[in-house]
Design a protein around this ligand. Structure first.
Ligand code: B12
Ligand code: SF4
Length: 593
């Protein structure tokens, strides 16, 4: 007779958060799968395969990304109830801005007696920086929610066993005990989950940790400053597993792949897969502004199929970079670095932060104009300087009692949340909106495409991404990184603090929104398409401009990038002295004949 099987049900939800009108940000297709969800899914799937709860108990897993799927809490509650609540709901990779939404999801689940665990950057960041439990985490504990801080690699068995025994602890805190990643279970999501996103792109982390010390950064306090990484074998397994399900484009989520100690063996392995095994895999990676100085880095990135890089440029005022402890960002290297990537036909996304201590609305606007003229950048995206929980900035400001916005839902880098010495809140918000409009003018879009075409970049694809980045804020009212394809809204998915809108108001408004948004997208797309056609038609004419001009000695005297502030001029002097001293040093150490 067959053995009676019990089922332990695990529902993993990667929550979204609320827009400024209080509705959950959800799309028909979101931009890419979440690596946090893939990591946790992979770990639980591994527990299921090893049958860690014994031969008679199957582990069922459901993975839901709320940015592309409506979370049917009623169904989860009835399915769990039918299974005597034998299982748990995991709220995965919860960022600070997603924390309020997570508690709202958890409330009815807890009321139905379902165990709930929350993990991710908010819980980890708060427990990494503060000895005492703050009111936000306490609210979860009071609801009987379990908090998980740190990383789950090597710890999932314990959590699943405890949950199956009905003995989950209130807090699992592994923040000071970060696991090695080599040979651990890889991130993985089933193909049907990946296909709810726009392209055939998925995410994975080849490593965690960054050696630098930027004061606005949460990563170093949560994932540490030491490079922990997966092995080339691990990376090959991840690539092959995805390739088999038709996925061949990847975002390697390491915050700084250039400081992954094994970047070279990993690139070498990928080069082998591409050049010998014929796997056409391509990548977006994140790097720092000094990566071009690492011997072979740019050349191997190209051969390994990197087509785009993301750089945390942050600012072009050295005083601001110093205030943020971002000492590794040297404005004297920016052009070198961008030209190095351009030379191999790889396009660049850069993040730019508005609201550093020395910024004024005027200086920030001027700086964006300098970037347009003198730096060969493709896609630029703007953020508010934000005291993210888990960062040094947040800890310092909170400890000093500086008034910070209490609504965690707004900690998404798209809101002004603290006082600024040189700008009112309204001026700061206006600057953020203007910044996108100043950068993405039709004239500058044409310049970006011309520069890219001159470097052999696929400008059809670039034009589509520019459309996305240039219009996301004006049309969808969210940052492009939170954007997606066709916004979906449910009348009942509204922040409980806000009233349920009546049907007569909600539906006509939604219909009008859909019509006007599509009209705006069509107009913007047509404008960019015309620019694209013009650029293609001029392909036979060689193109160059100030930004594309190779580096010269004189430019430090002539370019505004190097002369617009005292600190910029000092940075140039400093770089010159270092160069002279380095040259003298190498002459002094040269062997004599
Ligand atoms: C890749 C990435 C994205 C991608 C994909 C999302 C994703 N999560 O993969 C994209 C580009 C879409 C994105 C967008 C945004 N992101 Co982002 N993103 C990242 C990045 C670089 C990697 C995420 C990751 O994979 N981490 C590795 C995983 C394994 O770590 P983890 O999530 O902590 O999960 C581990 C543990 O926490 C634990 N765990 C987590 N959940 C659970 C659940 C259970 C049940 C258990 C037991 C354990 C557990 O186990 C996991 C495995 O070890 C991080 C920085 C970083 N290094 O993490 C920023 C980061 C998470 N993002 C951040 C932000 C702010 C955003 C945006 C709001 C920015 C914006 N305005 O557009 C948007 C939000 C959109 C969204 N819907 O997520 C912040 C969050 C900071 C904070 N305090 O909240 C981070 C930390 C970067 C930063 N600037 O500080 N992001
Ligand atoms: S370089 Fe990036 S990941 Fe590294 S400390 Fe600075 S902000 Fe954080």
């Amino acid at each position: 007779m067959a053995r009676a099987h019990k089922r332990f049900r695990i529902v993993l939800i990667k929550p979204s958060h609320y827009d400024d009108d209080g509705y959950v940000i959800r799309w028909y297709r979101s931009p890419m799968p979440a690596n946090s969800l893939a990591c946790v899914y992979g770990l639980i799937d591994d527990c299921a395969r090893r049958r860690i709860l014994g031969p008679d108990i199957d582990i069922d897993i459901v993975a839901i990304d709320e940015t592309n799927t409506f979370v049917r809490l009623d169904r989860i509650i009835s399915d769990m109830g039918a299974n005597n609540n034998f299982g748990f709901v995991g709220l995965v990779g919860v960022q600070s801005n997603q924390y309020p939404r997570s508690l709202h999801i958890a409330k009815p689940l807890r009321a139905a007696g379902i165990p709930v665990i929350i993990g991710g950057f908010h819980v980890s960041g708060m427990l990494a920086m503060f000895d005492k439990i703050g009111p936000d985490l306490q609210a979860a504990l009071d609801m009987g929610i379990t908090l998980f801080a740190g990383e789950a690699e090597g710890r999932m068995d314990e959590v699943v066993h405890d949950a199956a025994k009905g003995a989950l602890q209130p807090i699992y805190n592994y923040i000071n005990d970060l696991p090695a990643l080599e040979d651990t279970v890889e991130p993985f999501l089933p193909g049907n989950s990946v296909r709810k996103t726009i392209g055939n792109v998925t995410t994975f982390d080849a490593g965690r940790g960054c050696p630098f010390q930027c004061s606005f950064c949460t990563i170093i306090n949560v994932q540490g400053r030491k490079s922990r990484r997966r092995s080339p074998d691990d990376v090959e397994r991840i690539l092959r597993k995805n390739y088999e399900q038709g996925i061949d484009r990847f975002f390697i989520t390491d915050d700084n792949f250039a400081r992954n100690k094994d970047w070279e063996p990993i690139f070498d392995r990928i080069i082998k897969l591409r050049e010998q095994d014929g796997m056409d895999v391509r990548f977006l990676i994140q790097v720092d502004t000094l990566c071009h100085k690492i011997p072979n880095f740019v050349a191997k990135a190209k051969r390994a199929g990197v087509t785009r890089i993301f750089i945390g440029l942050e600012n072009i005022n050295p005083d601001n970079l110093l205030a943020a402890k971002k000492r590794q960002n040297k404005i004297t290297e920016y052009r070198n670095m961008l030209l190095a990537w351009k030379a191999v036909g790889i396009w660049t996304y850069a993040g730019y932060i508005l609201g550093f201590p020395n910024d004024t609305p005027e200086s920030a606007r001027r700086d964006i104009e300098i970037i347009k003229k003198e730096m060969p950048l493709d896609v630029l995206e703007f953020f508010f300087l934000t005291p993210l929980p888990g960062s040094e900035d947040h800890k310092v400001l909170a400890t000093k009692g500086v008034p910070l916005d209490p609504d965690l839902n707004k900690y998404d880098l798209e809101h002004a949340l603290m006082p600024h010495a040189n700008m009112s809140k309204a001026e700061w918000e206006q600057l953020y909106r203007d910044a996108w409009a100043i950068y993405y003018t039709p004239m500058h879009i044409e310049t970006i495409l011309r520069r890219a075409q001159a470097c052999g970049i696929n400008i059809w694809r670039l034009a589509q991404i520019i459309l996305w980045f240039a219009q996301s804020l004006t049309i969808e009212k969210v940052h492009p990184l939170q954007g997606g394809f066709v916004r979906l809204k449910n009348r009942h998915e509204r922040r409980p603090e806000l009233p349920l809108e009546p049907m007569w108001k909600f539906y006509p408004q939604l219909a009008w929104e859909v019509i006007t948004k599509h009209a705006k997208v069509a107009v913007a797309a047509w404008q960019i398409f015309r620019i694209y056609r013009r650029v293609v038609a001029s392909a036979h004419i060689p193109y160059t401009d100030q930004a594309m001009t190779p580096i010269s000695e004189e430019e430090t005297q002539t370019l505004e990038l190097f002369t617009h502030t005292n600190s910029a001029r000092e940075a140039v002097d400093h770089a010159r002295k270092v160069k002279i001293l380095t040259a003298l040093g190498s002459v002094a150490t040269q062997p004599t004949a």
